[in-house]
Write a protein that binds this ligand. Structure first.
Ligand code: GLC
Ligand code: MG
Length: 242
């Protein structure tokens, strides 16, 4: 039984025909797969993906860049309160938002997630903004993690959380096999997934940041893009992990 833990935007989404083919493959082999999405999306955006963007219902979802976990029961997403209590212990959203007022170049995403604060940033200022936050967090004793992806999304989440840590917690809780878990991603905010697991698919359209952090490791580098790359990698792991 393989557990596919896949990012959504830029990994599963990007080529609708390829997504259909992947969905068909997973549906045909449903007895051989667990399916988990791991994304920066919140639950409303996740539902949109399922109802209007062609994603199939997973067994569970890691949302808001790892700061929320949902299991699926009777076709609906249910929040995992245990994960929330573990990661919220050191989290102070007000302090993060106050510190952000001192950082130039941020544009709010206007979302209201309990354990994640997100901004759009100017790509040319990305590293400067990261440094500024790091300094402020250190000075003010704020325990939080900064994740920049696509050079334009900035997510701030609790220190002891990310997509990888959330996935490790989730598969343990659902008694899924760690050794048969395969992650898939396209960008910098998937790096933590590849840090936490040792089987993974880097899709053909992956960004430089993810390529850098996964190089020289034993991951499957797909030749094709988006869901076609995921399917390519899944077939490879189906053979290898048999
Ligand atoms: C998704 C989320 C956004 C986040 C981005 C990167 O687009 O909607 O809040 O910043 O992913 O993780
Ligand atoms: Mg992505």
């Amino acid at each position: 039984m393989i557990t596919l833990i896949s990012d959504v935007d830029g990994t599963l989404l990007g080529d609708p025909a390829a997504l259909n083919e992947l969905n068909e493959y997973i549906t045909e082999h449903r007895d051989s797969f667990h399916l988990i999405y791991a994304t920066g999306r919140d639950v409303t955006e996740m539902n949109r993906g399922i109802f209007t963007e062609g994603l199939i219902m997973p067994d569970a979802a890691i949302l808001s860049t790892g700061s929320e976990i949902y299991t699926v029961e009777s076709g609906a997403f249910l929040p995992d309160v245990q994960w929330e209590s573990i990661i919220s212990a050191s989290w102070d959203k007000n302090k993060v938002e106050e510190a952000a007022k001192k950082v130039e170049g941020l544009m709010t995403q206007g979302k209201s997630e309990k354990l994640k604060v997100s901004y759009f940033i100017d790509p040319s200022a990305a590293e400067q903004i990261r440094c500024r936050f790091r300094k402020l967090f250190k000075e003010q004793g704020i325990k939080a993690k900064i994740i920049i992806s696509h050079e334009k999304y900035l997510d701030i989440i609790p220190e002891n959380c990310d997509k990888g840590k959330a996935a490790e917690f989730l598969i343990k809780k659902l008694a899924m096999s760690y050794d048969s878990s395969v992650v898939a991603g396209d960008s910098e905010n998937d790096t933590d997934l590849f840090e936490s697991f040792y089987h993974g698919i880097v899709v053909g359209n992956a960004r430089h940041g993810l390529r850098l952090s996964t190089q020289n490791r034993d991951f499957y580098m797909a030749g094709t893009d988006y869901a076609a790359g995921v399917l390519e990698g899944l077939k490879y792991y189906m053979q290898r992990l048999k």
